[in-house]
Ligand binder design. Structure first.
Ligand code: ARG
Length: 528
């Protein structure tokens, strides 16, 4: 039978079509083909190194796998649903192509450690792409900050007018949010992360293997290093460190001072009391049971995606509000809006709404995997097959939203003419006035009270701004609050949105020099 699976020797009935289409994952896990082949090449290389297969068999396997990879990449490959998943499809094809040596590839291996390895590889491989897209979006906000710097807008708390800010500062706030997402992805998922340094391959189905597999070799290969030499494999940790210390001296390209300090560092590490207890290969202390059971990396990726989606959704909502006729603060390119099938005048922010809405899908995906894992006994359970569907979907969604968001931001500008006429509405300078009083020696609580009274007075008298009050009126209020402080014309420098923005002094503030400092730092960071 063409698609007879390895375990069909024991299970007698031929697979039923209904069951087959229910159980398969090849329709979506074919996306893992490169990772699966990389894992298989590492496994075969290890098998040969420990003598479980010959070098010639290894070469046949590696060549066969590379041929399959080429054919899949070139679109010349038919994925047979009967083989269930990418692991069985590739193995079956390998056996078909190279015969007997192909049957040795699965020695000491299970689909359980295989899929856990592929999954880990995929999740960490998308970290770089996510980081790149986040950096693009940060750059888009950085450029928007440059374009819109100098436009004064109100900031909002409780969606009520709060204090005046530089529009550029708000752009940098979004850049900072996505900057944190960048750091989160880097810390949790990238190659530098210490969370996922051990590869599951070599754990077998759950208990490991009675064969003399050497997980250290697989480990090195999957981390992009060469096959360790016999000398390297035989060394203890401190022996290796001592050897590296002396090698540092002989590297022709390493400047002498650096070589010396490198040598000293290695020597120090070798002399540490725990040098030999440290697991230099990252596998000695790792559990085969845990390795095949864990989908932590998927949860971490989904959490990163959910946070990005949350930030995108908040930003989208902000701009949807800014695009209403009532606000008219921002304009994005027409090509990123859509019209109504009925109301000809409409310019709807559908793309922003979709970004806002798609966040819900990503949250759902985080909860989907968390829920699948909840209550799952340790060891592999088929429930885990759902992990891939979920992370692929969440990653694809966040990834396309990031691209769309950057395009929208790059097309957007604040509309000064619409913002200015109402800029002095809402007493945006009230806090600035209170702080001005503080500089004159009035305790902040008293100042807060005085300004509150002055705002009420303006409202009662039909005045729309504190700047419409006379100096005497400020002084009367001060006196009424038992203050002996007397103000002069200088008070007007603390009033008016544009004046206030120039006066900000504290680090990170949304205008003036602190904003200039932030902008300079972002330009440097983003290479702008
Ligand atoms: N397609 C499976 C998955 O994605 C591979 C592992 C199957 N293992 C098993 N024992 N049935 O999880």
């Amino acid at each position: 039978m063409a698609t007879e699976k390895s375990w069909q020797a024991r299970i007698s009935e031929a697979t039923d079509a209904l069951a087959q289409s229910f159980v398969e994952s090849i329709s979506y896990d074919q996306r893992l083909y490169k990772h699966d082949i990389a894992g298989s090449i590492a496994h075969a290389t290890m098998l040969a190194k420990v003598g479980l297969i010959s070098d010639a068999e290894r070469d046949a396997i590696v060549e066969g796998l590379k041929g399959i990879e080429r054919d899949i990449a070139g679109g010349n490959f038919k994925f047979e649903i009967g083989f269930e998943d990418i692991h069985m499809v590739i193995e079956a094809e390998l056996i078909k192509r190279i015969g007997e040596p192909g049957k040795k590839l699965h020695t000491g291996r299970s689909r359980n450690d295989q899929v856990a390895t592929d999954f880990l590889m995929w999740c960490s491989s998308v970290a770089e792409q996510l980081m790149q897209k986040l950096a693009d979006l940060e750059r888009a906000f950085g450029a928007a900050a440059v374009r819109n710097a100098g436009i004064v807008i109100p900031s909002f708390t409780h969606l009520q007018r709060a204090q005046p800010i530089d529009a550029g500062a708000e752009m940098l706030a979004w850049a900072a949010m996505f900057g944190r997402d960048f750091t989160r992805v880097m810390w949790v998922l990238s190659d530098e992360s210490s969370l996922y340094r051990t590869w599951p391959l070599g754990s077998g189905a759950v208990a490991g293997s009675t064969l003399p597999l050497d997980r250290r070799i697989t480990q090195w290969l999957l981390n992009g290093l060469d096959v360790p030499t016999d000398q390297e494999l035989a060394e203890t940790n401190s022996q290796r460190l001592k050897r590296q210390a002396s090698e540092a001296k002989n590297l022709p390209w390493l400047p002498a001072e650096l070589a010396e300090s490198t040598e000293k560092t290695f020597e120090k590490m070798a002399a540490a009391p725990d040098a030999d207890s440290k697991d230099q290969w990252g596998v000695r202390d790792s559990s085969s049971i845990e390795a095949v059971s864990s989908r932590d990396v998927g949860c971490d990726l989904l959490f990163c995606c959910a946070m990005i989606a949350q930030h995108l959704s908040r930003w989208a909502e902000q701009w949807i509000i800014y695009m209403t006729t009532e606000f008219s603060f921002i304009k994005i390119a027409d090509k990123y809006t859509t019209s109504s099938s009925m109301m000809p005048q409409k310019r709807n922010p559908d793309l922003l709404e979709l970004i806002r809405g798609r966040c819900g899908n990503v949250y759902g995906d985080l909860f989907a995997l968390m829920t699948i894992l909840k209550g799952l006994p340790i060891g592999y359970n088929r429930d885990l097959q759902e992990d891939k569907r979920i992370v692929f979907r969440a990653y694809d969604m966040v990834s396309s939203c990031l691209t769309m968001a950057a395009a929208i931001v790059n097309s957007a500008n604040f509309v000064k003419e619409n913002i200015e006429p109402t800029l002095e509405h809402g007493f945006l300078d009230a806090t600035s006035l209170a702080e001005y009083l503080v500089t004159k020696g009035v305790p902040f609580r008293t100042a807060h009270h005085i300004v509150g009274t002055l705002v009420a007075k303006c409202e009662k008298e039909g005045k729309t701004a504190l700047g419409q009050l006379k100096v005497e009126e400020f002084n009367e209020s001060l006196k009424a609050h038992g203050s002996t402080v007397g103000l002069d014309q200088d008070v007007y420098n603390a009033l008016g949105a544009r004046n206030v923005v120039k006066r900000y002094q504290s680090a990170g503030a949304a205008g003036g020099k602190p904003f200039e400092d932030q902008l300079a730092a972002w330009k440097k960071r983003l290479g702008m």
